[in-house]
Design a protein around this ligand. Structure first.
Ligand SMILES: [Zn+2]
Length: 299
């Protein structure tokens, strides 16, 4: 994507190539960058920087990917320097959820806040924490891994292997899976009704909150664990904004209001009273826009 002033998307292109090796993906990324530069009649010297939002853990300071859960070859991989050498343009690397937090903070729903928590609820659960206007990384770059906060000590196993983490309850797949378990215990008619048409989705589950006891149970548990996790973060960090993003937030009608109620119920009063809770505004582009913000600052 080509991002201009004020986070505006000036041009974009994409390629879906999940099975490739790390070098092949880098080559594809470079070709896409060259494509945009050529068709916009730009030169590399007119670019302020190149920002990469990577879907996996990274060492942002060194511009190195730690690993990818989808593709081999990204272990300790010098992604930023490879792109930087190719184009001769300062290149920065950030984890995609952390970059999304910065994108929302700078140009999206978190605009005007100073301390912000971003929770991404999608196929995985991640996030980013902004403290005094800056993305917080922590000593080993894991600050913002909100999906791995403990919400119960004996719950389902998380993708990281530990029990009771938020992601094991609040990812898209986890919500749908719990609904399927509920349906296994319901009448054949109810089950058939759910499995017919478009199948079990997060949107259908939340839409059925008022009319279906199974859906209500799944939604209540989901909101409870998200609410506990966020209430603790609000108490610990005293942010002025909590921004909820990702497919689950888009599909789950009324999610910010429900989470806000839990923060008020469980969070430390003096912190809970001062926090705004809102849905993200930049959608799937937030990570790229956040990476562009970092790139513009680095130059
Ligand atoms: Zn985990």
């Amino acid at each position: 994507m080509l991002i201009g002033e004020e986070g505006r998307i000036l041009d974009s292109t994409h390629s879906i190539d999940r099975g490739s090796s790390a070098p092949a993906i880098v080559e594809t990324a470079c070709l896409l960058i060259e494509q945009i530069i050529a068709r916009r009649n730009l030169s590399t010297t007119s670019l302020q920087g190149i920002g990469i939002a990577f879907g996996g853990p990274v060492d942002a300071e060194r511009g190195i990917t730690i690993r990818s859960h989808r593709t081999n070859g990204f272990e300790q991989f010098p992604l930023a320097s490879l792109i930087e050498e190719r184009f001769g343009v300062r290149t920065v690397l950030e984890n995609d959820a952390r970059a999304a937090a910065l994108g929302e903070f700078t140009f999206g729903a978190g605009r005007g806040s100073r301390n912000m928590v971003y929770l991404h609820l999608g196929s995985g659960v991640g996030g980013g924490i902004i403290v005094d206007g800056r993305l917080h990384h922590g000593v080993s770059m894991t600050s913002g891994e909100l999906g791995h906060m403990v919400v119960t000590t004996n719950g389902p196993r998380c993708s990281c292997g530990k029990p009771g983490h938020l992601e094991a309850y609040a990812s898209e797949g986890a919500i749908v899976e719990r609904m399927r378990l509920q349906l296994a215990a319901t009448s054949p008619e109810t089950k058939a009704n759910w499995l017919a048409q478009h199948g079990v989705t997060v949107k259908r589950i939340f839409d059925a909150y008022e009319t279906d006891a199974s859906a209500k149970a799944v939604v209540d548990e989901t909101i409870q664990v998200i609410g506990l996790a966020i209430a603790n973060l609000v108490t610990a960090l005293n942010p002025d904004a909590v921004i909820l993003g990702g497919h689950v937030t888009e599909a789950a009608m009324g999610l910010p209001g429900m989470v806000r109620a839990k923060i008020r119920q469980y969070g430390f009063d003096a912190a809970a009273r001062h926090v705004a809770v809102a849905s993200a505004q930049l959608g799937a582009d937030s990570g790229v826009i956040g990476a562009a913000v970092l790139a513009s600052r680095a130059s």
